[in-house]
Design a protein around this ligand. Structure first.
Ligand code: CA
Ligand code: CA
Length: 88
């Protein structure tokens, strides 16, 4: 029985050690889907009105809209995710 507990402990250690990489990959996928769900009229960009449903996005709209055209394009949205993941 002790051996089994030891094996389980080793297994859970192993799981938590590898878990570090996975959430980020999953988050990017979720965020790409979030873009599609925010883009209500499917014109491939998020207007201020569309961003209004997401307070964080709305608050950072001007910052995310790097070319200042008043819309967040898919690339601007994904670039913002990249910046959030890696501030350097
Ligand atoms: Ca749109
Ligand atoms: Ca823009």
């Amino acid at each position: 029985m002790k051996q089994l507990i030891g094996a389980l402990a080793a297994l859970s250690l192993c799981t938590s050690a590898t878990a570090g990489d996975k959430p980020q990959v999953a988050k990017v996928k979720v965020d790409a889907e979030t873009f599609a769900s925010l883009d209500r009229n499917a014109d491939n960009q998020i207007s201020r009105t569309e961003a209004g449903v997401d307070r964080e996005l709305s608050d950072n709209f001007a910052y995310i809209d790097t070319d200042g055209d008043g819309f967040i394009s898919r690339s601007e949205y994904l670039a913002q995710i990249e910046n959030a993941r890696d501030p350097t």
